[in-house]
Design a binder for this molecule. Structure first.
Ligand code: SAM
Ligand code: SF4
Ligand code: SF4
Length: 358
């Protein structure tokens, strides 16, 4: 581990591959009002599925305390996620408390947008800086199929309009692309949000978790996505906004905005991965594809001091060597359509996406 005291008394820590810890993604609930087929398939997460019991879930004071500790170790950006974060009661109260943390200069949220029409104004007033809304397609039937619920995209689109009205700008749209499911609707999605000035980021379907039946042939690569959109709206590559940005950016040649592709399957970006994740039940997880994580809740509830918790987080990050997507890519034979290698692919034990929020 390298450590230094840069510009203030905040510490910067690096992992075994020299990557600093900059972002913390906080999963505020493992529950969701959708059942996206690629994340929480309805046939597994049915009415009787038992999500975390309330006492297991970190309360707002605990989340704030941990966020403060992470900020002390170099984190400057928080992202609130889930599950669906907007189903967590009083979420704006949590956001307001996080805005007071020294060193945090960005708080973002990822949501499916269903509850956004009534919550956008409160989130803005609480100090939320940026919002990302997931929209996989504008097609009514495909949206229902992918969300696993009898809802088309209308409510989510209303939520995006409301978010724009209360001043979120830019708004990012996350679109997971699955071959044979929504890949023929990408141009319509791009056109709709281009006209409204929002930035769509097309995401390659990932083998996160163990329940979504991932297969390599369902992955539409970033290259294909860019060719498809570019054939309709000419595109030019542009530089990243900052170190560790996950999306590769392109702008519309007509000057009407930009899109991104998140190519974690075909062009992994582990080398600049600066993201730590906090699960709803208080574990720190250092990779989207990790099997589990280190429990911080027991420390919190067992009376540990800030220093003891700081040391625990530092220990986890400084031992981190995660680079799953790079290993998976190296084990991928695109021609044969298979992933073959020790410890990678759909059969590996992994934490579920809704527990860590992407
Ligand atoms: N419920 C919120 C939402 O859907 O925006 C936040 C949590 S969700 C797990 C975060 C992001 O992960 C969403 O944009 C979702 O589309 C994406 N995601 C979930 N499963 C995925 C998968 N298998 N491959 C790629 N992206 C996935
Ligand atoms: Fe819920 Fe988001 Fe997962 Fe869809 S992707 S099931 S909205 S947590
Ligand atoms: Fe980061 Fe793990 Fe994704 Fe690589 S696979 S970019 S280490 S979360």
């Amino acid at each position: 581990m390298q450590a230094d005291h840069s510009n203030s008394d905040r510490l910067t820590i690096s992992d075994t591959l020299g990557r600093p810890m900059r972002d913390l993604r906080i999963s505020v609930t493992d529950r969701c009002n959708f059942r996206c087929t690629y994340c929480m398939p309805a046939e597994i997460y049915g009415e009787r599925y038992e999500f975390l019991p309330r006492p297991e879930i970190l309360n707002f004071e605990e989340i704030e305390r941990l966020a403060r500790i992470f900020a002390g170790l170099g984190v400057n950006k928080l992202r609130i996620t889930g599950g669906e974060p907007l189903v967590r009661a009083q979420l704006p109260t949590l956001i307001e408390s996080l805005t007071s943390i020294d060193g945090i200069d960005d708080i973002a949220l990822t949501t499916n947008g269903f509850l956004l029409p009534k919550m956008a104004a409160d989130l803005k007033a609480a100090g939320l800086k940026r919002i990302t809304v997931s929209v996989d397609t504008l097609d009514e039937e495909i949206a229902k199929q992918m969300s696993g619920r009898p809802y088309g995209p209308e409510r989510t689109l209303e939520g995006i309009e409301e978010a724009a009205r209360v001043g979120f700008d830019p708004i990012k749209i996350d679109t997971v692309v699955q071959r044979g499911v929504n890949d023929h609707t990408l141009v319509d999605t791009a056109r709709y949000f281009k006209e409204r000035g929002h930035i769509v980021r097309f995401i390659e379907f990932m083998d996160v978790g163990t329940k979504n039946g991932w297969k390599l042939d369902q992955v539409v690569t970033a290259k294909e996505i860019i060719e498809t959109i570019g054939a309709e709206f000419p595109l030019e590559p542009i530089d990243p906004n900052y170190y560790g940005e996950v999306a590769t950016r392109y702008r519309y040649a007509d000057g009407s905005g930009e899109i991104g592709v998140i190519a974690s399957v075909s062009m992994p970006f582990c080398g600049t991965c600066t993201r730590a994740r906090l699960t709803t039940d208080g574990r720190i997880v250092t990779c989207l594809f990790a099997a589990g994580g280190k429990d911080l809740k027991s420390l919190l509830r067992g009376g540990a001091s800030d220093k003891e918790i700081t040391d625990a987080v530092r220990g986890v990050w400084s031992n981190r060597g995660d680079r799953y997507s790079e290993l998976r890519e190296a084990a991928t034979d695109w021609e044969a359509g298979v992933v073959e290698g020790a410890g990678v692919g759909p059969d590996r034990k992994k934490i579920e996406m809704y527990q860590i929020g992407g």
